[in-house]
Design a protein around this ligand. Structure first.
Ligand SMILES: *Cc1c(COP(=O)(O)O)cnc(C)c1O
Length: 447
């Protein structure tokens, strides 16, 4: 029987698209990561997150090299452990945190507070106290009430809190395009348009327990070229010019994260780190010239573009079935994880791709890889062409799950969250150990 034209999305081979540098298809058809066979790694249990350690560190270095004369903060929310924090600091980056747990993870990795930033639209007193006790390098103020909150805690500790102010520029970006709107209806940042940002900067500048370090802007995610950042830099620098006239200097500007990656073989590649930064820097310099102010030091906060493509998820196939759709037969391949280890398809309709850990002469058929959870939206890979003979026991490797995979994982259906294994040609090491039944069942008080 011929298959009707369902989405027939080829899976890119290692060396292409979203796969990390050290993934190879060997001559016998099996796949290795930095010389380690996937079937051997799978002995540790599946699902299993894998991180190509050298690939991740190289991506971090590419940003610091492109940003010479500025600062790169790794967005820890994409995936942070103490060891990862250490890798990033060794590669010359600081760490951006957005919660007490991320802050504690960076500190546990031996990162000095000066190299850490703290974000969040609702920071607790405990988190701020921990940050200030550890000499945090920057706190990004996100609402008017935080000025008094941070000043009160800084006064109590007899320190001066280093503050950035997050502004909403009206620029929103994602993928190919950005949009600029005057209106803001979202929870982050302080509006330039309404004057809220200006009031907060003034309040910080005149508070003896706070110091004003600069302005922060984060415009979105999956941004593939500099145009959206350039528009944001324009708006931020125009505001910096106004502050300058008020006698308030803006020593630094942080343009946030959101640098895009390839998730499938169909996704366009983002511009290189060097081209991205050159484009942003040019816009920043031109805007400063127009505003007649000195060029501030620039920082950025890439997350997924460092951790995303370096990470993958290894699953074992369970049940398979052919399902008749209006457009023909779609093959459903179920794996032993799903939305508990990768929430992004269910949250955002995110696309991924997968490869099979063996050769096959079988015909490629439109396939949907699904999870084991009790939700029809529990999709792992929406559309990929896989060999018809994919069957129970096979290993599937899903690309680019390193960012917002483990960091958003849940115990839905009372699963054990998988471990994250760092893999290199020097060996393997757990970044996060797999949860045990004792971890999961131990949360239930004895009855
Ligand atoms: C999420 C976030 C980042 C990182 O975004 P990526 O898409 O992972 O690069 C950086 N800065 C801020 C303020 C964020 O909220």
């Amino acid at each position: 029987m011929a298959f009707a034209p369902l989405a027939y999305v080829p899976a890119p081979e290692p060396g292409n698209g979203p796969w990390p540098t050290n993934l190879r298809r060997e001559s016998d058809g099996t796949v290795t990561l930095a010389g380690h066979h996937l079937d051997e790694l799978a002995q540790l249990g599946t699902p299993l997150y894998l991180v190509d350690q050298d690939d991740m560190i190289d991506r971090a270095r590419a940003w610091t090299e492109a940003m010479a004369g500025g600062d790169v903060y790794y967005a820890g929310k994409s995936f942070l452990t103490p060891a990862v924090a250490r890798w990033m600091v060794e590669a010359g980056l600081g760490i951006d945190t957005a919660s007490e747990g991320e802050l504690r993870s960076a500190l546990a990795g031996g990162v000095r507070g000066e190299k850490i930033g703290l974000h969040g639209n609702s920071k607790s007193d405990e988190t701020l106290r921990l940050a200030l006790t550890n000499n945090i390098g920057r706190i990004v103020v996100d609402s008017p009430g935080e000025v008094d909150q941070i000043a009160r805690i800084a006064a109590d500790l007899d320190v001066v809190a280093p503050c950035f102010v997050r502004v909403t520029t009206g620029v929103h970006a994602g993928g190919h395009e950005f949009i600029a709107t005057a209106h803001e209806d979202q929870k982050f940042g302080l509006s330039l348009a309404t004057g809220a940002a200006r009031d907060v900067v003034r309040a910080i500048a005149k508070n003896e327990h706070l110091s004003f370090l600069g302005l922060h802007s984060h415009i979105g995610s999956q941004i593939l070229d500099p145009s959206g950042f350039a528009a944001a830099a324009d708006a931020v620098i125009a505001f910096a010019g106004e502050l300058h006239e008020d006698g308030i200097a803006v020593p630094e500007v942080d343009l946030g994260g959101g640098y895009g990656i390839q998730y499938t073989g169909e996704d366009p590649a983002p511009v290189s780190e060097a081209d991205m930064i050159a484009g942003i820097r040019q816009a920043l310099e031109e805007a400063c010239e127009k505003a007649g102010i000195p060029v501030p030091r620039m920082s950025i906060e890439p997350g997924r573009s460092i951790s995303g493509p370096a990470g993958m998820t290894l699953y074992r196939v369970g049940a398979t079935k052919d399902v008749m759709t209006d457009d023909g037969v779609r093959r459903y391949v179920s794996v032993d994880g799903g939305m508990s280890d990768n929430a992004r398809p269910a949250l955002y309709g995110a696309d991924y791709t997968a490869l099979l850990n063996r050769d096959s002469d079988a015909e490629l058929v439109p396939t949907r890889v699904v999870g084991m959870h009790c939700e029809s939206g529990d999709i792992v890979v929406k559309d990929v062409a896989l060999p018809r003979d994919v069957t129970a026991g096979d290993l599937l490797l899903v690309a680019a799950t390193g960012a917002y995979g483990r960091s958003m994982a849940s115990n839905y259906n009372t699963v054990r969250r998988p471990g994250v294994l760092a893999v290199s040609d020097r060996g393997t090491a757990w970044l996060v150990r797999p949860e045990t039944w004792e971890d999961v069942l131990g949360l239930f008080p004895d009855l």
